[in-house]
Design a protein around this ligand. Structure first.
Ligand SMILES: [Zn+2]
Ligand SMILES: [Zn+2]
Length: 257
């Protein structure tokens, strides 16, 4: 079965029923994870996802609501006696620091029963396997930090990516955070399903852009709590489109692909 299971649909402000950003792409018996927000380790157990089957994790950018769950996940896999190697694809700017952080948290590779690595995202393609090819496209989500980075001499490179998953018969776009909906302009060609954060977007403009490109399904995730609490705004937008289904994601949503 090919499907996507949403394991975290909150923004940077988690709520009692929503963990921070993550989902699992299941292709047959293989599992691939996208983003690793806080709460992932709880969600996979609640949703009965065999986390030891995950072979690759693809991180969109280094904000805590997309990456910090990875350390508890590593600990969980260690305690569960995992043997299979794990590759964690991250923006290049983070590789060295994340390797150091793992050691800081006493996740010593030498005592792990499985091999894990932080791998730099090198477009393109980032990853290729029999089932799919993965492409990453840089977006402007982190550019508002430019001033403070210049002022403080920080080494941050503002690397943030949207991913296109190329399957045999369809293409899926996953965008973690973006600056605004125009970040998706160049990557919407021939996309069947768009999964995108909605917090930094004009949702109406986003839906317009997707409909123009004949997207079949638009799944909006990573919304503010008040947007989730009042879905009427998105439902009103959804009612305007024929031929494109618009949905709000929730933790536990299973999407057949
Ligand atoms: Zn975020
Ligand atoms: Zn972010």
């Amino acid at each position: 079965m090919n499907r996507i299971v949403f394991t975290g649909t909150a923004s940077g402000f988690p709520s009692p029923d929503r963990a921070c950003s993550s989902f699992v792409l299941q292709l047959g018996d293989k599992l691939y994870q996208f983003d690793a927000g806080e709460g992932f380790s709880n969600s996979v157990q609640r949703l009965k996802i065999n986390f030891n089957q995950i072979t690759q994790v693809f991180i969109s950018h280094l904000h805590p609501d997309h990456i910090t769950g990875i350390f508890l996940e590593l600990q969980l896999m260690y305690l569960a006696g995992r043997r299979m190697p794990l590759e964690i694809y991250v923006p290049d700017e983070g590789v060295e620091s994340l390797e150091k952080a793992a050691r800081l948290f006493y996740l010593f590779k030498e005592k792990f029963p499985f091999v894990f690595h932080f791998v730099p995202i090198r477009p393109n393609p980032v990853f290729r396997e029999k089932e799919f090819t993965l492409y990453a496209y840089h977006n402007r989500h982190l550019t508002p930090n430019q001033h403070i980075i210049e002022q403080t001499g920080a080494a941050n490179l503002m690397q943030s990516y949207s991913y296109v998953v190329n399957l045999a018969d369809k293409r899926i776009l996953y965008s973690g955070d973006i600056k605004d909906e125009t970040d998706l302009d160049g990557v919407l060609e021939n996309i069947h399903t768009v999964i995108t954060e909605g917090m930094h977007c004009d949702l109406e403009a986003l839906a317009d852009h997707c409909a123009e490109k004949k997207v079949k399904r638009l799944i909006v995730t990573h919304l503010k709590q008040n947007q989730y609490a009042r879905p009427s705004a998105l439902l009103k937008i959804a009612a305007q489109y024929r031929g494109m289904k618009i949905m709000m994601a929730y933790d536990g949503l299973k999407l057949t692909i």
